[in-house]
Ligand binder design. Sequence first.
Ligand SMILES: Nc1ncnc2c1ncn2[C@@H]1O[C@H](COP(=O)(O)OP(=O)(O)OP(=O)(O)O)[C@@H](O)[C@H]1O
Length: 835
Amino acid sequence: MAPNKDAPAALSALAVGKSYGAVRALDSVTLIVQPGEVHGLIGQNGAGKSTLMGIASGAVVPDSGQVLIDGESTIGDPQRARQLGLAMVRQEPALMPDLSVAENLYLGVAEALRPSISELEPWSAGLLKRWRAETTIEPGARVNTLTSEQRFIVDIVRALACNPRVLILDEPTEHLQSKDVERLFECIAEVTAGGTGVIYISHRIREVRQIADRVTVLRDGQGQGTYEVNGLSEEKIIELIVGAAVSAEFPAKNTRRNSPPILEVENYRGHGIDNVTIKLLPGEIIGLAGVDGNGQRDFLRALAGLNPGEGNVSVNGRPVTLRHPDNATRAGMQFISNDRHAESVFEDLSITANFSLRSLAKDVKGGIVNSRSEGRRAAESLSALAVKFGSRDDPIRSLSGGNQQKVVIGSALAAEPTVLLVDEPTQGVDIGSRLEIYRILRKTAAEGGSAIVVSSDAGELAGLCNRVLVFSRGAVAAELSGEKVTENEIISAILTATNVRQGLHAKASRASAGPSKFTQMLSTDWAPLVMIAIVVTALGAFTAVLSENYLSARNFSGMLALISTLALAACAQQALMLVGGIDLSVGPLMGVIVVSQSFLLSGPLSGLGVIGSVVALLVIAMLVGTFNWVLVEPVGLHPMVATLATFMALQGVSLVLRPTSDGLINEAVMDIININLGFIPMTFVVVVIVAICLDFGLFKRYLGISLRGMGSNADSARLAGISPAKTRLIAYLSCSVLAGMASIPLLGQVGVGDPRAGIDYTLMSIAAVVIGGGSLFGARGSFVGAVLGAILIAQVNVATTFLGLSEAWQAYLLGAMIIAAVAVHSKSRQLVLAG
Ligand SMILES: Nc1ncnc2c1ncn2[C@@H]1O[C@H](COP(=O)(O)OP(=O)(O)OP(=O)(O)O)[C@@H](O)[C@H]1O
């Protein structure tokens, strides 16, 4: 639909300013987007495009200026921007990797648009199918098992599902295949027809000309005006971006064809590839093309030692085995991934460290890094690649996406590779720097190096490469060289490549369909439960064969009573570990409550006394939970440091109140706590019911899903409207209240105000959670898993006693179980990632 210029603007950013230290990212920039228009936002890397959109979406707070969405003012509040109808697809999808696709879509749309949880699967499947009927993305798949392209599609589907008034697309096509780019353009046409204002950021000038009605140009943080696209030539747009006329010519190609090959690969087979043979000459750049998923990327990754494969490979005549990336780098190959965020940069390390890590040996003298030499090399490379940065010591994540890519290329070149393996060399890089990168790759080749480049841009391959190999179904279907290396020839070779190999085709389609149902099952939070249940049963059966007393009701009853305390403590720990926290004060909190109860419940029993003791339990637990949260959230201490301080303080309080064990608990209270249902203690029944209810909440309620989302990626969760501070407070309070509940069966066990009663439960609760499938990094595990972890620990302790083993064996076995559990759980998750 034609832009509606009379309606109030869909988005107005008025005189917006933003600085990061010395870097003036935006200097009084104004952008007005009308309903129903596609507005291109263009500029070189670091011009300020993402910052401006970050401000529009509320993720970044400006220093000055105003933002209006649909006429309503909003600043620095992602939740409000979302409510006003803004949706954004960022350069890196704002998804929570440990959550499923369906859960991400659910959290990612406004509350009014969310289905009931029972409808979640069909609702998400419907959204995905609306994108593409034959999509291979499963609603139940965990996001960290998806390819980067699939993650982008999920993020786009999420943004479209928001029915936005303003849709921001920040370099959306960098990771998409051409058929998905077409689909995206169809979707853009659909939403603008409905009156949505779309902001389209891209370095691909052709795309911008094709899709945009108007463009606004940014240069070095300053607005350079808004223009109607109609009548604006490609050259003129480039001139507006760069500020001067630029030659868009590729540097001249060179080759030393009569020298022996630098890299020879013969009959190489492996994941997604079949029988590939190539010879790369010194000074040559070979391009790999093809419809995405046809093996060209798999082949490059196999050469980098990242994908397993078989065949003969030699570099400079010397045979090489490529089982590991280390083999490839030792042979002189340097790989640059197309997934910069996940594989190429260390976000929290400085720009200098990211530059030097592939070639640090050059700066080491006598085992010590010479930072002056490291800094000098980094400065030279950053200047040669025209990287825009504040200070070299800033973390690389402070750079714009394109500038990060330039640092990665500089880092690989600094290692002086014999063969450079580059997947999408100019992803997210602006037009001026693109030419700079082509020039540098060509210069490297002219000096005797060589490169293999995968690119989805046929024009780029045509301009840069001496030869282009077109892949189809894992094999080289066509080779273009000399005069034939043109954009049109490459595109037509891709379209006509019909190399049908049934066997490999089946393999390739299996690979593109993602991991099998069984491997996907291994990555679920339920897999650890099955594994532990099997181990518990096997261990029980083994002990029962050796000692018939093991199966007695008396033994079971005692064991389950012990388990109740540990299982509740483990549930407490799990509640906090879900958001990536850890609570070392769990044990002493249980101890301090036992001690306080020994004052309230030791004399004759009264109704008021019982109510008082329950209130005291809850008040102590909530005070401790709130105190821990204050130390972590507003004060900013690491959870381990904060809760270690609370651990010491609580233990001190227990010892002050009861220097030695004293204050026998009233017998009637003990009888109530220790009631049995048959031979099963009532406390154990309660624990199981509590764990099942908590798991229901964790997987089937908004609060539980958002807790896991926070643990998975706090930034993405915040952008999905989840308040990190509030969610963490809920986790800390849940942890302390559950620890308070755990002190009830503990009271039933010790029966007296013992100041040391809880101390062991801190480490044991962490162990139970880890064994049960929980992760110290957050987002993983379940409450039933934590209970099963506790059962296994208790069972090992009892079994060692029955088997007549010393107490030391309990400690050895617990240590071994933790290592085995972590190894098994993480291996099963990796299996899925490997597909
Ligand atoms: N969090 C931050 N800390 C420090 N500097 C930052 C931060 N975010 C952005 N900058 C700087 O602000 C400037 C503008 O960056 P921005 O990401 O907006 O550029 P861009 O136009 O989107 O570039 P690209 O096309 O490469 O994505 C850059 O110089 C960048 O280094």
